[in-house]
Design a protein around this ligand. Structure first.
Ligand code: ADP
Length: 375
């Protein structure tokens, strides 16, 4: 009998969906419904969007045995994926102040799916769960302890499903158990994060209380002096909302050169656009700094893994990020790096002590696999 799992990623105005046949791990159907609730859109709400997906499943005669939901913020409550119960949903609701855009959308997706598929097991897979193994030195900020104890102020990290997935893929590729490996995983997409993985467990990651900390991203600033906020509010009279929009939506690569898309930036940089050249260089420089930091945290590193749209597809970013790291035993092979293609590829030189791998991420498949564990 086939075992089909529907994976849902519900955002505030979109739902991405995929159906996997878990006996083969093949995708049977995938799609995106966007502009939900926007003016002029034919999809007024998440219920209507999910009904459209259900109609498509019926048309394709696809029975579904379980649903896996991408869930952004699980706080300290979830160290792993969870079978959805009223308690789980209450815990997700408690995290809304920390993820005011994402968690309500995730919850709405879950509520609608429960109404349409009341008999199916549903599983929440949290972006934060993999990072719950971080020790306090990595997850605490040096601010008053009461803010942690009373207001949940700490580093959580995100992209955990992706970091865990590529780490598992690396272990399989290297034919070594994951719990024996030290890895630095670099998820470089529109959002970007780096994770230090010791003996298979996340011990530090670059995103923090929110996904704004760490690496430079398409439109997010990453690490910054927090005093910038006071300066801008004093000098430009910016409100907290203005600052939030500035640092999340108008900064990062886009802030530096006006474009947030790396492929476009590389095209402009090749044509001589100096701001695009700076944006690309600054992006890779920050990645390199995190490689150095996590190398120091781990002591020994078996492999560095590049994933995400940029990590998988840009030999230049990989080369710039790993340049001059021979002293750390990290050395790329130019030809292997430029030839790295769709599947898993190794792009380190024969002399490199540390392996450098390109591994395509697949968060939807990872969610389906987590969901399968509950059946
Ligand atoms: P998301 O984080 O939204 O899932 P992706 O992981 O698809 O996004 O990453 C999108 C980024 O990957 C964009 O900046 C895009 O320009 C970049 N990208 C995709 N292909 C290439 C390529 N061939 N060279 C450089 N950058 C690329």
């Amino acid at each position: 009998m086939s075992l089909n799992i529907l994976v849902l990623n519900a955002g505030s105005s979109s739902i991405k969906y995929q159906v996997f046949d878990m006996s083969t791990q093949q995708v049977l159907i995938k799609g995106l419904i966007d502009r939900i609730g926007e003016i002029g859109s034919t999809i007024p709400n998440h219920h209507a969007a999910l009904e459209q997906i259900v109609a498509q499943l019926h048309q394709a005669h696809l029975p579904i045995q379980a649903i896996g939901h991408r869930a952004v913020h699980g706080g300290e409550a979830f160290h792993d994926a969870a079978l959805i119960t009223p308690d789980v949903m209450a815990a997700m609701r408690q995290m809304i102040p920390l993820a005011p855009l994402h968690n309500p959308a995730n919850l709405e997706g879950i509520e609608v799916a429960q109404r349409l598929f009341p008999d199916l097991p549903q599983v929440a897979v949290f972006d934060t769960a993999f990072h719950q193994t971080m020790p306090p030195v990595a997850y605490r900020y040096a601010v008053p302890t009461a803010l942690y104890e009373q207001h949940q102020v700490r580093r959580y990290g995100f992209h955990g499903t992706s970091h865990q997935y590529v780490a598992e893929q690396a272990a399989q590729y290297l034919q070594q158990p994951l719990h024996t490996l030290n890895l630095i995983t670099l998820h470089l997409g529109n959002g970007c994060s780096a994770t230090a993985i010791e003996q298979g467990k996340s011990i530090d990651t670059s995103m923090g209380l929110t996904p704004l900390e760490g690496l430079v991203m398409g439109t997010r600033c990453g690490d910054i002096d927090p005093a910038l906020h006071f300066y801008l509010s004093r000098e430009l009279n910016m409100s907290p909302q203005d600052l939030e929009a500035l640092l999340n939506k108008q900064s990062g690569l886009k802030g530096i050169c006006g474009v947030g898309d790396m492929r476009e930036i590389q095209r402009l940089a090749a044509e001589g656009d100096e701001n695009a050249q700076l944006a690309e260089a600054l992006f890779a420089y920050r990645v390199k700094k995190y490689i150095g930091a996590y190398y120091a945290v781990l002591g020994t590193v078996d492999a560095i893994i590049f994933t995400g749209g940029i990590g998988e597809n840009s030999p230049r970013i990989r080369a710039l990020s790993c340049a001059k790291l021979q002293g750390l035993g990290i050395e790329l092979d130019n030809e292997k790096n430029s030839l790295a293609s769709k599947g898993i590829s190794a792009c380190h030189s024969a002399n490199s002590r540390v392996k450098v791998l390109v591994i395509p991420t697949n968060e939807e498949l990872a969610i389906a696999r987590h969901t399968l564990k509950f059946l």
